[in-house]
Design a protein around this ligand. Structure first.
Ligand SMILES: [Zn+2]
Ligand SMILES: [Zn+2]
Length: 334
């Protein structure tokens, strides 16, 4: 099969023909139709996160059809359309797993990080961790829901019942959260890189009542803010933008250092927290909610072979919406 490989020496990814992966007990083989490109892929490729296996196939927003099922798997058949998210495996025995917080399992393994992901024609997944996908969205369109959407959803829940919600960094995750927040009757205030007119337009198009530069103050105090951009300087700005009792949620897996800030920004029972990974329950809830909320991802498709271009466009802030690698039928015949 064709795969884009991350070598120990780092990016760019290298196109290669590799043997198709074999499935073990409890696993399914999935023919990949589309795979979203997430900022976490950049953090893995660029060495911001501890190195894992190499060569590695990135990609944890994997959409495809099951083509082989291990004999001990129940409830999944060949032909089923499934999503393979970031959470690939958890131990099921630690206190976090037993408390329904498998996203914090210290032994958790992640797709496109500890195990190969979806920048390839085929991918293997533990059948217990794949997610059913809503029929209303096509393969490429649904891909960004699997991480950007899911982490956004978990961040939104962590923000509580905030009526006025700030989103810092308006990319793949924020443009999906914005649509869910609007559906829930919240007001979204979008903060982008200063002068990023395209992102501010996307924000207004996807439900934001206000869009402006991240350095600007919102027109009124916020009840909560989610910081999606991996920029630590935004955290004090977000704390300043929320009123007493407000919550600031950091939604990314990696962030540049947070500068020190005066205690008065946290005073008034403001809460600063992060969101890590996802649980299967998050996945099931969000993938039910998204079609009901009328969520329409704005995607930019790239052929699988152009994965480096997609990563580069994300790295340089040249994307509006979400990049998705598409594995076309013609490529698959080769
Ligand atoms: Zn565990
Ligand atoms: Zn991700």
């Amino acid at each position: 099969m064709r795969a884009m490989l991350l070598a120990a020496s780092g990016p760019p990814l290298r196109a290669a023909d590799v043997p198709p992966p074999a499935i073990g007990p409890g696993q399914v083989l999935v023919r990949v139709r589309a795979c979203g490109v997430c900022r976490t892929d950049l953090h893995v490729a660029d060495g911001d996160l501890p190195a894992t296996k190499r060569p590695l196939v990135l990609g944890h927003e994997v959409v495809g059809h099951v083509v082989r099922v291990a004999s001990d798997v129940e409830g999944l058949e060949e032909g089923a359309r499934v999503g393979i998210p970031w959470l690939a495996w958890t131990c099921g025995a630690c206190r976090f797993c037993r408390q329904g917080r498998e996203n914090l399992c210290p032994r958790a393994r992640f797709t496109g990080y500890h195990v190969d992901g979806g920048y390839a024609e085929l991918a293997v997944a533990d059948a217990r961790y794949v997610l059913p996908l809503p029929d209303a969205l096509g393969d490429a369109e649904v891909a960004p829901l699997l991480c950007a959407g899911l982490i956004g959803y978990r961040s939104l829940r962590a923000a509580g019942d905030a009526e006025r919600l700030g989103l810092y960094g308006f990319g793949a995750a924020a443009h999906l959260v914005s649509q869910v927040a609007r559906h829930e009757g919240r007001q979204v205030f979008a903060f982008t890189r200063p002068g990023d007119a395209d992102a501010q337009r996307l924000a207004r198009d996807t439900g934001a009542v206000w869009a402006g530069d991240s350095t600007a103050a919102p027109p009124e105090p916020l009840d909560a803010a989610i910081v999606f951009a991996p920029v630590g300087e935004l955290v004090p700005l977000a704390l300043r933008a929320v009123g007493p009792g407000g919550v600031v949620v950091c939604g990314g897996i990696h962030m540049s250092p947070i500068p020190s800030f005066p205690y008065e920004l946290l005073w008034g029972e403001r809460v600063l927290r992060s969101v890590a990974n996802l649980t299967r329950r998050d996945g099931e809830e969000f993938l039910r909610l998204a079609p009901a909320a009328g969520v329409r991802p704005k995607i930019r498709p790239y052929p699988l072979a152009d994965a480096n271009d997609a990563l580069d466009d994300l790295r340089r802030g040249r994307l509006t919406g979400a990049a998705v690698l598409v594995v076309d039928d013609a490529a698959r015949e080769c």
